[in-house]
Design a protein around this ligand. Structure first.
Ligand code: UDP
Length: 317
């Protein structure tokens, strides 16, 4: 079994690579290293089953030899990235997905699209089932990601119907854990870094907006189960446990034992007010449910970021 993981040097992509190797796959990683990092694969250095190709999926993809599965996980994914790399985000989801699907078609491989809860936009129903079509501002600051992922889902279905490619669509809700970028601007790295350094915790808006934080190991388990299933409709992967951002800030302060104060900054434009998956489908079809309590995942993540800050000389060991 030989799999291609686009974005395989990223946070989720690299954890998927680990899982595939442990399941006996050979893995080809394609990554342009804009937001991914070879650090995420450094523990695999010298493993002959892993091949790394530095390249952008917005350029035509060439992979020699047989490929059984293409996992399309490449895209900058944080709201700061949407600001910093808007065209790259759209190219990754649009042209990149076209290329990844083309590769799957040419190789007769199965294909999985890493999609997102962002397809639901600022949802007007809660929790969000896969049958909800969403509430997306097509010209707002998040549109580059939301619309690229919506397009990528449509394209995935088009390849399934027009070319018979055997496709899967996973919709990830907020996912956290080791290998997130310390400075990607997202709430988990921001709050943990601020708490560890004793800096103010920056809440955007009044902190009443909600998110559901899934731990990477649970999410990757769901990805693997979906991959080996024959289910072709989108599947939400995330946790039902919903927290306000204020509650999350307090949880981080407590877990770190920090003295940081909370400060309130202006709300981000088009920031979804609520986000929580309906995971009935994953449970029914895949027998999947998250098992890692948020406090356990948070503790591991704090240790990871503590190590990063020590490496950078910002914290003493
Ligand atoms: N957020 C915040 N302070 C930060 C970073 C993020 O209050 O320093 C909020 C953000 O406004 C959003 C939530 O945390 O409501 C999650 O943001 P994130 O960037 O992690 O991802 P999103 O779920 O919005 O894609």
């Amino acid at each position: 079994m030989r799999s291609v993981v686009t974005g395989g040097a990223g946070f989720l992509g690299s954890h998927l690579v680990d899982r595939l190797l442990s399941e006996g796959h050979d893995v080809v990683v394609l990554d342009n290293l804009i937001t991914g990092s070879l650090d995420n694969l450094s523990h695999l250095k010298g493993d002959p089953r892993l091949e790394f190709i530095e390249g952008d999926i917005a350029d035509p993809i060439h992979v020699d030899g047989p490929v059984a599965f293409v996992f399309n996980f490449a895209s900058p994914a944080s709201p700061d990235d949407f600001k910093n790399y808007p065209i790259k985000v759209m190219k990754a989801g649009g042209i990149g997905t076209l290329h990844a699907l083309g590769l799957a078609k040419a190789k007769g491989a199965k294909f999985m699209m890493a999609s997102t809860s962002e397809v639901y936009g600022d949802p007007l129903v809660s929790p969000q089932p896969e049958t909800y079509w969403g509430n997306v501002n097509p010209i707002g600051p998040r549109a580059v990601y939301d619309e690229a992922k919506r397009y990528s889902e449509a394209l995935t279905m088009a390849y399934r119907h027009a070319h018979g490619v055997d496709t899967r669509i996973a919709r990830f809700f907020n996912t956290f854990g080791p290998r997130m970028r310390l400075s990607d601007g997202r709430v988990v790295p921001n709050f943990v870094k601020q708490a560890l350094l004793g800096e103010p915790i920056t809440i955007y808006g009044d902190g009443s907006q909600t998110r559901s934080f899934g731990y990477y190991s649970d999410i990757i388990e769901g990805v693997y189960r979906l991959a080996i299933s024959d289910y072709q409709e989108p599947v939400n992967l995330g946790t039902q446990e919903e927290r306000t951002i204020l509650e999350f800030a307090q949880a981080v302060i407590k877990a770190v034992g920090s003295t940081s104060e909370i400060v309130y900054l202006p709300a981000a434009l088009d920031d979804p007010k609520q986000r929580r998956p309906d995971t009935t489908r994953a449970k029914t079809i895949l027998g999947w449910e998250p098992v890692v309590p948020i406090e356990v995942g948070l503790a591991e993540t704090i240790e990871f970021f503590r190590g990063k800050l020590v490496e950078l000389g910002k914290l003493s060991a």
